[in-house]
Design a protein around this ligand. Structure first.
Ligand SMILES: Cc1ncc(C[n+]2csc(CCOP(=O)(O)OP(=O)(O)O)c2C)c(N)n1
Ligand code: SF4
Ligand SMILES: [Mg+2]
Length: 253
């Protein structure tokens, strides 16, 4: 039988606007595949951020809402609570959106253990606005607003979101993945699927951080950007599961 390569149904059949080598598109596809596999397209409502993925509302075939910059977890909270049995709600947010202007919304949604799914794209930069320093930019990283490299003495240290949230009692599931090679893409999909399945099962707040590329603002070729994730990002942001409450409770029994 011939295998035909197709787009997932939950991914709209329109060209994405992302730059060559940007991994936003890979993560979109993984989210859409998971929506297809879980059979939840008709129940799913996505919350788009402000950032390069602002037009995610054009790319997913489910209902989408555009939140103000950083407010996606608050919007998701309202949508989920309006019909908790029926709605499956996910946010898709960059590091500027989630970890800078939206940090309060993120932390409090996690502390409340809102039963929502967050896809957090950490590309260590403000992509859409031209490459300014993000809360996750690495020490020494050259950006438009740190032309001599990020100096932690002046700008503070990068925030490790999964580690920070794992100190809270609330969250159900926190994992960091990346999509810079086939193995990592497969692992990322497993984590994203678990984050949606947790919501279906009523388990609570699930966040998957995806280390992503921004070749345009990093000033790299797409290939070099994928390597930079291995060389620079993973040492600072180790991959792994930072919290999995249900698994821990099952193991303790
Ligand atoms: C209230 C408000 N402040 C600032 C901006 C400008 N702004 C738009 S996108 C963005 C940063 C986006 O970066 P990130 O969330 O990391 O997404 P990326 O583009 O890297 O995927 C900023 C600061 C805005 N739109 N609204
Ligand atoms: S500017 Fe960066 S994050 Fe935005 S689409 Fe281009 S490569 Fe992707
Ligand atoms: Mg970013």
């Amino acid at each position: 039988m011939a295998v035909v390569f197709q787009k997932p149904h939950a991914l709209a059949d329109v060209p994405l606007h992302y730059c060559p080598g940007c991994t936003h598109g890979i993560v979109h596809r993984l989210v859409a595949e998971v929506i297809d596999e879980l059979g939840i397209e008709g129940r799913t409502i996505g919350i788009a951020p402000v950032g390069c993925s602002v037009m995610a509302y054009n790319y997913f075939n489910c209902d989408m809402i555009e939140a103000a910059h950083g407010r996606a977890p608050a919007v998701a909270t309202g949508v989920k609570r309006a019909n908790p049995e029926e709605h499956i709600v996910f946010t898709y947010q960059g590091d500027g959106d989630l970890a800078s202007i939206g940090m309060a919304e993120t932390v409090h949604a996690a502390a409340r253990n809102e039963n929502i799914t967050i896809i957090f794209i950490n590309n260590a930069i403000y992509g859409m606005t031209g490459g300014q320093m993000a809360p996750t930019s690495l020490p020494g990283q050259v950006t438009q607003t740190s032309p001599y490299g990020r100096d932690p003495k002046a700008c503070g240290y990068p925030i490790r979101v999964c580690e920070m949230l794992s100190e809270l009692e609330g969250p159900e599931y926190l994992a960091r993945v990346t999509v810079n090679n086939v193995k990592n893409v497969n692992n990322a999909k497993k984590a994203i699927k678990k984050a949606f399945q947790n919501q279906i099962d009523g388990k609570g707040f699930s966040l998957v951080e995806v280390l992503s590329t921004c070749p345009t603002n990093w000033g790299m070729t797409p290939q070099k950007a994928l390597e930079w994730i291995d060389e620079k990002m993973i040492p600072y942001y180790p991959l792994g599961v930072y919290k999995d409450r249900s698994a821990k409770e099952e193991n303790a029994q």
